[in-house]
Each structure stands twice: as structure tokens, then as C-alpha cells.
Design a protein around this ligand. Structure first.
Ligand code: BES
Ligand code: MN
Ligand code: ZN
Length: 507
């Protein structure tokens, strides 16, 4: 999808589809408070073109509602597409993101290749943030997961233009536009990885894809495998990898901006299980195919690193992704086995882990990934993982779970959510939960029983981050869109990429 910025007066734009936003300005409540759909524009020609359609009552300007008019009078565009944002007093910037996605997904299956979205003069929405959100939303909407369909029609929009009122600050708008392209493409990069099936994206191939991207955007990278895991004594990571014919991949990406030699080093750690069968504690067959997305946390980190490399914040970032398959091979680890995790330094012993359930593998690979990021110098950590079904039980498909041992780090993360438009809900940690993962034979066990499963998984990770400020994101419920929405296809969501990026930029 090509994207461009235009400042032409909307009525003068010659295009297949001109899209414009509308809100419901009705403020009264009650049964007879009829919706008042109102275009978000001061442009008289646009208002006149839409007037009779808006007064017809068939369009209420609800969120993601669409109305298409052909040959709109007084406009040079062939079609006018009106996209609702919902109640005026509830409009937020994220609404522009999903409205842009809705417009793209409206146009795509109709064989139309060109779309112009006209942003309002309205003071309801600040120029920069709404420009960035609109571009991101257009990229998100343009993605479809049917990569391997043999009759896959190339339905992608060829040109998406964002039309911005002439009087807006051009540098603000251009910067926001450029950022939107980078973030939107990075999120789709993540989604493309997550979409790949386990046979096409093995840990090795995941490493190659990360390396290729790193090369393109100018990140430093190293991809290790079995030997390095042994060298580093990554007993927890290896205990998962040992059950598969596919070798593991330890993916390390570094962003080192010129002239920055002091201050924090941010460590981004991701779970990269390219397929999770459960191992010897085999999962039931129903929905097992979905477990190809168990590398979504790792893919989110790789996508965030792409955006970081291109946006160039002034802070050092290290990314560690632990990629492996969780399989029930003859060499696979067994419940009851005791593993020794990576030691932070040679003079310290690694912590011992009693394996209760081989399906609780994400925390095992992350344990060593977090330790390694600390050994490489990370002063602040964030991890993302499709870690627990319990998190989905707690928060559904709407909010992802977030945990932190450090309020200051979490405040920064939380502040970025109004920009990213993503939903995370902080869940607690605590000594009483840590009790649930004490082992009789070793230091800890890898499951804490049925209750509070997302929390005990986070407590397990906390054992390895120790005092380092850390945020843990459990994205099991949000990394895959279960039912397509007007603005996003069913399939990989690219969740957490934008929020991780905002957290990094807050340093
Ligand atoms: N990858 C799963 C978690 C998951 C579940 C992700 C549903 C996405 C959707 C993880 O490795 C897992 O199997 N967790 C177990 C842990 C249990 C054995 C303690 C779970 O949640 O059931
Ligand atoms: Mn599992
Ligand atoms: Zn898993």
C-alpha cells in the first residue's frame, strides 16, 4: 500500500472514494433522543453532498458504521464514504485509527484500489495524533491473513491518501504521517510473522526473518542456537527445545543510537514458541492448530525493534527472543524433571525448577531470556508472551494482562496507552501468590495450581528479574483476533507492538 499526504480542498479531489468522518452530536438521553449524524467538516461542499443522506435517518454515525454515496453532487470524487465515530463526546484519537481501518476494509473487497481519507478541521482531534492514528489504522485494515490461498486476489489498496486541512502545521503533520507509516508497517510485520504456520516458521526461520529485518533497518543482530544455549547454561530454555527435532533460536537484536553511552538500557524479551503442542503434557486436539501463534510475544518485540530502528529514540535497546518448538519427542522433558536455569553470573548458581507441567513452557524460555537480557546490561525489562489461558479467563479478548514489580516503570507504560490505543489491565503480584510456586524438591515449580494462573506465571518470571524494574505483558487473549471486525481481519493482531514502542520512547 502506497501512502501519501495531500492538502487539496476535499471537494476538488478526483478519486475513486473520498472517505469522511461523522459523529453523533445528540447529547440528550432517553428513548426519543434520535441520533444526530453530523459530518466532521467545515467544508460546505461536503456538507451539501451528504445532507439528504444524513437526514434520511438510515445512518446514525455509530462507531464503524458506514454509508456509501455514489456520484456525490458538487464533488469531484466518484464516491463519498461516510464513516461513523460514535457519540461526539466520546470521540478519542483511537476512534480515527479504527475508522481509517474500517474505510480501507470497506473498499478492499469491492475491487477499488484507491482511497482518500479527509481528516476534519475539527478541534475535537489534535492534528498530529489523528494523522498518525489514521495512517496506522489504514495499514492495520489493509492486512489480510490469506497468504497461502492459491486464488488469493491482490485486493490490497494501491494508494491510501490522507487529506489534511491546508491550515495545519505542515511539519507536525508530516512527522506524524511518517511515524504512522513506520508503526503501521512494523505492526503488520509482526502480524505476518504470527500468521505463519509452524512448518513455515520454525525457530530457525524466525531467526532468519529477524536478521533480515535487522539488516534492512540497521540494527545489530546475532542469532544463536543450541551451542550457545549450552554455553550460557540456559537449562530452562533448553528443557523446552530438547523435545523437538527443530533447533532453538536465540535471537538478539540491538539498537545503539550514536552518542548515547549513558542512561538506561531497555531490555525487550519475547516468548517465541513457534508451535506449542504442550509437550509430554500434550494439549487436547481442539484448537491446537491455534498454537502456531505462541510466538506472538517474540514477534511483537521484533516488530517493535523495527519501529525503534526507524524512529530512532535516544535510548539503548536490547531485544532477546527465545524461539523453540514445544514438542513431545522421545527426548522431551517429562513432568517431575528438575532443570537448572541460566545463572546471572558464573559465581552464582542457576535456580532449580521442578517441571510439573511441560505445557507451562513459556515461563521456562522467558526465565533464561530475562536473565540473559540482564547479563547483557538491560537496566529495565519488558516482556511479552502468550503466556496463560488463565489470563484469557480473567480478561477475555479485550484487555491484555500487565504486571510490574516497579510502579514507576508501569506508570510510564500506562501513559503510552492513550497514544497506542491498546488495552492493558494491571493485575497484582504478591508474596502469597509466590507461595504457590514453591517446590519440595527444588527452588520453584513451573505451575502454581489452578487459581490465579496468570499471576503465578508472572511470579515465576519475577524470580528471574529479581530487583530489575520489569513489566510483563500476557497477551494470550489479544494476540489473535477471533472474529473479524470492521477495521481488522480475523487472525494475528500485532498486539503490544505500539504500546511497547511508546514505553521505549518514554525514556
Ligand atoms: N501458550 C499457552 C497459553 C495460551 C493459551 C496462549 C491460550 C494462547 C491461548 C501456554 O504455554 C500454556 O499452555 N499455558 C498453560 C499453563 C498451565 C499448564 C499452567 C495454560 O494456560 O493452560
Ligand atoms: Mn504451553
Ligand atoms: Zn505456550
Amino acid at each position: 500500500m502506497r501512502t501519501q499526504l495531500t492538502f487539496t480542498p476535499p471537494a476538488e479531489i478526483e478519486t475513486e472514494v473520498l472517505a469522511i468522518l461523522a459523529v453523533d452530536t445528540q447529547t440528550a438521553k432517553g428513548a426519543d433522543a434520535k441520533p444526530e449524524p453530523t459530518l466532521l467538516t467545515a467544508n460546505e461542499a461536503l456538507k451539501a453532498a451528504a445532507a439528504s443522506a444524513l437526514s434520511s435517518g438510515e445512518f446514525k454515525a455509530g462507531a464503524h458504521e458506514t454509508l456509501l454515496l455514489h456520484a456525490p453532487a458538487g464533488l469531484k470524487a466518484k464516491r463519498l464514504l461516510i464513516v461513523g465515530l460514535g457519540k461526539q463526546n466520546k470521540v478519542v484519537v483511537h476512534g480515527v485509527r479504527t475508522a481509517a481501518g474500517t474505510a480501507v476494509r470497506f473498499v478492499k473487497p469491492r475491487g477499488i484500489r484507491e482511497l482518500v481519507l479527509a481528516l476534519p478541521e475539527s478541534d475535537l482531534l489534535a492534528a498530529g495524533p489523528s494523522v498518525r492514528a489514521a495512517i496506522e489504522g489504514a495499514f492495520v485494515g489493509d492486512f489480510d491473513p490469506d497468504t497461502y490461498r492459491s486464488d488469493r486476489k491482490d485486493q490490497s489498496i494501491q494508494t491510501f491518501s490522507l487529506n489534511v486541512p491546508e491550515d495545519r502545521d505542515k511539519t507536525v503533520v508530516q512527522t506524524a504521517f511518517d511515524e504512522g507509516v513506520i508503526v503501521g508497517e512494523s505492526q503488520n510485520f509482526t502480524r505476518a510473522l504470527v500468521n505463519e504456520p509452524g512448518n513455515k516458521l520454525t525457530p530457525t526461520i524466525m531467526g532468519q526473518r529477524a536478521a533480515q529485518m535487522a539488516q534492512e533497518v540497521g540494527l545489530k543482530w546475532t542469532i544463536f542456537s543450541t551451542e550457545k544455549l549450552k554455553d550460557l547454561k540456559m537449562g530452562a530454555f533448553w528443557s523446552v527445545a530438547q523435545g523437538s527435532e527443530e533447533p532453538p533460536s536465540l535471537i538478539v537484536l540491538r539498537y545503539e543510537p550514536e552518542g548515547v553511552t549513558e542512561g538506561p538500557v531497555l531490555g525487550l524479551v519475547g516468548k517465541g514458541i513457534t508451535f506449542d503442542s504442550g509437550g509430554i503434557s500434550l494439549k487436547p486436539g481442539d484448537n491446537m492448530e491455534k498454537m502456531k501463534y505462541d510466538m506472538a510475544g517474540g514477534a511483537a518485540m521484533i516488530g517493535a525493534m523495527r519501529a525503534i530502528a526507524l524512529l530512532k529514540p535516544k535510548v539503548r535497546v536490547i531485544c532477546v527472543v527465545c524461539a523453540a518448538e514445544n514438542m513431545p519427542d522421545g527426548k522431551a522433558q517429562k513432568p517431575g524433571d528438575v532443570q537448572t536455569a541460566m545463572p546471572l553470573s558464573a559465581d552464582k548458581p542457576g535456580k532449580t525448577i521442578e517441571i510439573i507441567n511441560t505445557d507451562a513452557e513459556g515461563r521456562l524460555v522467558l526465565a533464561d531470556g530475562l536473565t540473559y537480557a540482564r547479563q547483557l546490561g538491560a537496566t529495565h525489562l519488558i516482556d511479552a508472551a502468550t503466556l496463560t489461558g488463565a489470563c484469557v479467563v480473567a480478561l477475555g479478548y479485550v484487555n491484555a494482562g500487565a504486571f510490574s514489580n516497579d510502579d514507576a516503570s508501569y506508570v510510564k507504560f500506562h501513559a503510552g496507552l492513550s497514544t497506542s490505543g491498546e488495552k492493558f489491565w494491571r493485575l497484582p503480584l504478591g508474596e502469597e501468590y509466590a507461595e504457590q510456586i514453591k517446590s519440595d524438591i527444588g527452588d520453584i515449580k513451573n505451575t502454581g495450581g489452578r487459581w490465579g494462573g496468570a499471576i503465578t506465571a508472572a511470579e515465576f518470571l519475577k524470580v528471574f528479574v529479581e530487583e530489575t524494574p520489569w513489566i510483563h505483558l500476557d497477551i494470550a487473549g489479544v494476540a489473535w483476533v477471533e472474529d473479524s471486525k470492521p477495521y481488522i481481519a480475523k487472525g494475528p493482531s500485532g498486539a503490544a507492538v505500539r504500546s511497547i514502542l511508546e514505553w521505549v520512547r518514554s525514556y
